[in-house]
Design a protein around this ligand. Structure first.
Ligand code: ADP
Ligand code: MG
Ligand code: MG
Length: 375
């Protein structure tokens, strides 16, 4: 066997048992295993090897996670919800830590397995889009009274567009792979939108947009739905850190409302599903209307444009540098990804007024202070 699972599991404060281990889920970052004692009523555990190439400060990351799950559990208990079902539960090691580093320097953590739940890679129904909005909106709402300064950046500059554009310009100047001549049009297009895309950090520095705690990986498969298809729990908390709420809204729209792949080759299939956008927005605002400021409402559309833009900048930077960061599956893969993200950005830009109207209408439909779906 690849790892000494019995030895790793023995480090954690689990129930006794003769565990069976199997690979689980479709995450791309961590390695996830289901650990189950076949003779027991206990639903079992999820064991994860945390990706220490992506996350350099695992102690800090697990500290973040502990702050966040403790806060969420407290808030959900206060409002009569079930914290065991609605929030991840970390299993401590026998030494009282929340991760275990093995002799090969692999980092492991354990959570309770949430049985009778499902996660989906793609949104196909309006109910799912609505539940996605409720899930990430509620997550932000429940964390809106936790001090962001308590948390570290688990990936420094992860959503820092100014830094991403700085790296982009360095890649253009360096032109180390000699590819600049092929991509002049893409470079010019991205440069033409750079000033507009710097708006969120500028408003942040001017104290117009507050720094809050955000999830930063708001893909649909980071939500567990219950048997009825309603939100049960938001998972994958590795990137939870200080951020602007528009980042979560924007990345959710980028990945949930565009049903084409991130690297779609046929640009005609990249389309905006406006009914799903509306449902996501309804769910999201029903949870966040009570605490978001008017400036934050306005920033949501900026986030919707910024997230695909930033992804395009990152893919093109990597293409110019000779494909050193992202795994590529064929020559030109990073360029194809760039084209797909630019296409999505252009469609969003064309529909900007309509999307802003939907946001404003749904906002106006909700009474200030109303928390429709709070647990
Ligand atoms: P990654 O960072 O690799 O995406 P995740 O933490 O999202 O890792 O976990 C991968 C998958 O495992 C999820 O998409 C989900 O299907 C499943 N999963 C994660 N945590 C739990 C849990 N506590 N209970 C049930 N399923 C889970
Ligand atoms: Mg995940
Ligand atoms: Mg993840």
């Amino acid at each position: 066997m690849l790892y000494d699972f019995a030895g790793i599991i023995a480090q954690f404060n689990t129930e006794e048992g003769d565990f069976e281990i199997s690979g689980f889920g479709s995450g791309h970052i961590n390695d996830t295993y289901l650990v189950k004692n076949p003779g027991s009523e206990h639903p079992g555990y999820l064991l994860q090897k945390i990706n220490s190439f992506v996350f350099k400060n695992i102690g800090g990351l697990m500290n973040n996670m502990l702050y966040v799950v403790n806060h969420l559990k407290q808030k959900i208990s206060e409002t009569g919800g079930n914290p065991d079902k609605e929030v991840l539960t970390l299993i401590p090691t026998k030494k009282g830590k929340y991760y275990y580093k093995d002799q090969q320097d692999n980092y492991w953590r354990m959570t309770c397995f949430l049985a009778d739940t499902k996660s989906y890679d793609l949104v196909t129904t309006k109910q799912q889009a609505y539940q996605g909005g409720v899930a990430f909106g509620r997550f932000q709402y429940l964390l809106s009274d936790l001090d962001p300064a308590l948390l570290i950046d688990t990936i420094p500059d992860f959503l820092n567009i100014e830094k991403r554009l700085f790296d982009f310009r360095k890649a253009i100047e360096g032109d180390t792979a000699g590819r600049l001549k092929e991509v002049k049009e893409e470079v010019d297009f991205l440069n033409s939108r750079a000033t507009a895309m710097n708006e969120i950090p500028k408003l942040g520095r001017a104290n117009i947009l507050p720094l809050r705690i955000t999830h930063n990986d708001t893909k649909f498969n980071n939500i567990l739905l219950d048997k009825e298809g309603n939100i049960q729990c938001v998972i994958d908390l590795d990137t939870v850190m200080p951020g602007y709420i528009a980042f979560d809204f924007g990345d959710a729209i980028r990945t949930i409302i565009n049903t084409a792949a991130e690297d779609e080759a046929d640009l005609n299939t990249i389309q905006l599903n406006i009914p799903l956008f509306t449902e996501f927005t309804k769910g999201y605002l029903s949870e966040t209307r009570s605490f978001l400021t008017e400036a934050e409402l306005k920033s949501l559309m900026m986030g919707v444009l910024l997230l695909p833009y930033m992804q395009a900048v990152r893919f093109l930077t990597d293409y110019l540098e000779g494909d050193v960061y992202y795994k590529t599956h064929f020559a030109g893969h990073n360029l194809q990804r760039t084209h797909a993200q630019i296409q999505l950005f252009k469609i969003l830009e064309l529909n900007k007024t309509e999307l802003e109207n939907i946001l404003q209408t749904e906002w106006n439909n909700l009474k200030p202070g109303a928390i429709l779906n709070a647990p």
